[in-house]
Write a protein that binds this ligand. Structure first.
Ligand code: BDP
Length: 739
């Protein structure tokens, strides 16, 4: 019971009137299986500070940590003290005391490095330069040997405090602690695809947590809990609105609301960003053009930036989707992405703002392979963007698929900062109902080798700027957060939010380490619980690839909502929106030829990478049909045909979900009943949908291959006609009409 929201509710229940309210609250039938409040409900996320059960450890912690010297004052210092008070009292069962006079009695010192007494400072190496870095050090010499959390700035102290609390949650010993941390990227941000009417594009866990109607006067305590959760994993930015932007957010009426959120978030080190609709000068500014070279347009954006910064002095900047999927942009005026990005960059530069210009562009008028278009559009501009522009590039060249090779732009633009964009919400991975641990996917991309400066030129080194020495760096994650009681719909979706933050902080962290941390903080420190759950999480990503898009297949989702399979769809106006464009199945075989005999998308990679994927001997089977069109009887490494392997992979995916269910069931006695039940029901949905994917795709592909299903595959439950007849006009998260 630690969240701010939770504390409010508890306090309220003491008075009879609100007691009645609580009763009513519990009687309301919820539409979401995860919306119920109760033990293990998930509202507290990974910050569910459980009492330390190990008595020796508890004693040790109590001796060391209950007398604290911490910074005084409002803002971040207040947040630090509150978090320590909350975390320590819950985990250690006793209230900590904040020493204001005699600091030499403090067992825990949380202080800026510059403010530490000389007697301590001489025994503690300085944290690295920067306001977000920190050091946690147990002093080993002298009379006074406290545990010290120290930093050069408030944010560093806050991050260090959360790190210390995490160590306690994970039952780590303190005696010899000495660790130093510095974030590897500058901008670590969530991208909310939240609309002003509170629907969320590709959102599956309720409505937007931003209540634009009641802001700025009503402050939902959830806003603070949101900021606190982000700070606990080092996320320092949030773009509040959808990339398919609505210009109204830039009007004074909405900017008042944005300011209220920014003021709340500031103590948590969280900066606010907005999406900028390129045609805003016309829609809300009364101009007749949005041409980026027009003096009136240039002046309008400058004035708009001045207006925003007057209200939100630390405003982060604009995130822009332009000339992509129907959004307006500079090309509407015969200008380029470069013209557009630099014009906006000049508007925010005097205030220290940045422009995150998305590279997710492709056009129905361009007949070349969609996978090639972003590279062709942007790489020629390398080195020409203003210093405060980052190009925000999706992890793969198509669109957040269950598996994609890394985007060829990574490593190809030495003089331009490239920001990573991952999707945390599971648009193409089973919505919030499937348990799929995404840090495994993120890690796969980050550890891919671009070979741009020889072996070891990983995507992580492009993103953290170390490969080319870029000054500005960042990582964005499309949020999976909504109004569902547990924030993310599926409890395990919280691990994706957590893991995104951890990887943005350190892009070389392993997904296994992150899973271990999250499990310990969310479930328990019992190895009997952690080991099976960790194995299940790590396997879950491969399971979804197998039952949705095995062997390099991609984008065969039903259209619009992307819920379930639709490999047969071929009637959409834009060719590259049709699944048949991607799988290219015919009587001969299946797959997209991206070698020199096909679209030659491979030529956009470094020669080593192009050779590796291009050569059938070396191309990993998981990327086979991404890069090659192969005959149905093409033999794979196991000696069986491509067709048989396809069926076996789909079956394997279904079997993996069955395994996940068995694992979960084996832990029933160790998991709070409500939490157990919720996840169990969701796993049931996942199994049904995995079977649906297998059956629908294999029946459809059989119309081309004309072969029997492999004996390993269970027979389909329905006919192809049945699967084709399924329609879901109300599937969640569909793109609304924006204007
Ligand atoms: C696609 C989504 C669409 C987004 C688009 C984007 O289907 O809703 O607008 O990405 O990233 O995956 O802009």
């Amino acid at each position: 019971m630690v969240g701010f929201f939770r504390r409010i509710r508890l306090t309220a229940s003491f008075c009879p009137i609100s007691g009645l309210l609580v009763l009513i609250f519990t009687l309301i039938p919820f539409t979401s299986v995860t919306a119920q409040a109760g033990p293990g409900d998930g509202y507290d996320l990974w910050l569910d500070y459980q009492p330390v059960s190990d008595t020796a450890l508890l004693l040790d912690y109590q001796q060391q940590l209950l007398r604290i010297q911490a910074p005084e004052g409002d803002g971040t210092p207040r947040v630090i003290r509150e978090e320590l008070q909350q975390g320590l009292s819950t985990m250690l069962g006793r209230e900590p005391v904040f020493e204001t006079r005699d600091a030499s009695r403090a067992g825990l010192v949380v202080m800026p490095y510059e403010a530490l007494p000389e007697s301590l400072r001489k025994n503690i190496p300085a944290p690295e330069a920067g306001i977000e870095t920190y050091r946690i050090h147990r002093v080993q010499k002298g009379k006074h040997r406290p545990l010290v959390v120290t930093a050069h700035g408030d944010s560093g102290l806050l991050y260090g405090t959360f790190h210390l609390l995490r160590l306690l949650q994970m039952h780590q010993p303190l005696a010899r602690l000495d660790l130093s941390e510095a974030p590897r990227t500058d901008i670590r941000m969530l991208n909310h695809w939240d609309n002003l009417d509170r629907t969320i594009e590709r959102g599956y866990s309720g409505f937007s947590i931003w209540n634009w109607q009641t802001l700025p006067d009503y402050i939902d305590p959830r806003y603070m809990d949101y900021a606190r959760a982000n700070a606990s994993v080092g996320i320092n930015g949030t773009a509040l609105t959808s990339v398919n932007a609505n210009a109204l957010i830039l009007t004074p009426h909405y900017l008042e609301k944005v300011k209220a959120l920014a003021d709340l978030f500031r103590p948590y080190g969280l900066k606010v960003y907005l999406t900028a609709r390129f045609s805003a000068p016309m829609e809300i500014g009364g101009l007749s053009t949005a041409d980026p070279l027009d003096p009136g347009v240039i002046a309008w954006w400058r004035q708009k930036a001045d207006e925003i910064y007057a209200m939100v002095p630390d405003f982060g900047g604009f995130l822009v989707k332009a000339n992509s999927e129907g959004q307006p942009g500079p090309q509407n005026y015969g200008r380029t992405h470069l013209d557009g990005a630099n014009m906006l960059a000049d508007a925010v530069a005097p205030h220290g703002g940045v422009i995150m210009w998305r590279a997710f562009v492709y056009s129905e008028h361009d007949p070349t392979d969609r996978a090639k278009q972003a590279y062709s559009e942007f790489v020629p501009y390398d080195g020409k963007f203003r210093d405060n522009v980052l190009l925000q590039v999706k992890n793969g060249p198509i669109d957040f698929q269950p598996r994609e090779p890394f985007h060829p732009m990574f490593g190809a633009m030495e003089h331009t900062p490239l920001m990573m964009e991952f999707q945390i919400t599971k648009e193409y991975l089973g919505f919030a109902t499937h348990l799929v641990y995404l840090p495994k996917l993120f890690e796969e991309t980050l550890q891919s080798d671009t070979y741009r400066k020889g072996k070891g030129s990983t995507v992580s080194k492009v993103v953290d700027g170390s490969l080319f020495g870029n000054r500005l760096t960042g990582m964005a994650g499309v949020s999976n957060i909504g109004t569902d009681y547990n924030w993310t719909g599926h409890l395990f979706g919280q691990a994706d939010w957590y893991g995104f933050g951890r990887l943005a902080w350190d892009p070389d962290l392993s997904s296994e380490t992150i899973a271990g941390e999250w499990l310990r903080c969310t479930f328990s420190n019992d190895p009997g619980v952690i080991a099976p759950l960790k194995a299940m999480m790590l396997e879950s990503r491969e399971a979804v690839v197998n039952y949705m898009n095995p062997l390099g297949l991609h984008h065969i989702f039903d259209t619009g909502h992307h819920y379930g399979p639709g490999p047969w769809v071929d009637n959409l106006s834009r060719p590259e929106w049709n699944p048949v464009y991607y799988h290219q199945a015919d009587a001969e075989g299946i797959g997209f030829d991206r070698t020199a005999t096909g679209s030659d998308a491979l030529s956009q990679y470094a020669p080593e990478v192009a050779r590796y994927f291009g050569n059938l001997e070396t191309c990993p089977e998981e990327y086979l049909l991404w890069f090659h069109h192969l005959p149905w009887d093409y033999p794979l490494k196991n000696g069986r045909t491509l067709w048989d392997n396809l069926g076996m992979k789909y079956q394997q995916g279904v079997d993996q979900v069955r395994e996940m269910i068995l694992t979960w069931e084996s832990l029933e006695s160790q998991i709070p009943p409500e939490r157990y039940r919720q996840v169990h029901m969701l796993l049931g949905i996942q199994l049904k949908e995995a079977q649906w994917w297998r059956d629908a795709c294999m029946l459809y592909f059989q119309t081309f291959s004309g072969r029997e299903f492999p004996p390993e595959m269970e027979p389909p439950q329905h006919t192809l006609e049945y699967y084709k007849s399924l329609k879901f006009p109300y599937a969640p998260g569909i793109r609304p009409r924006w204007n």
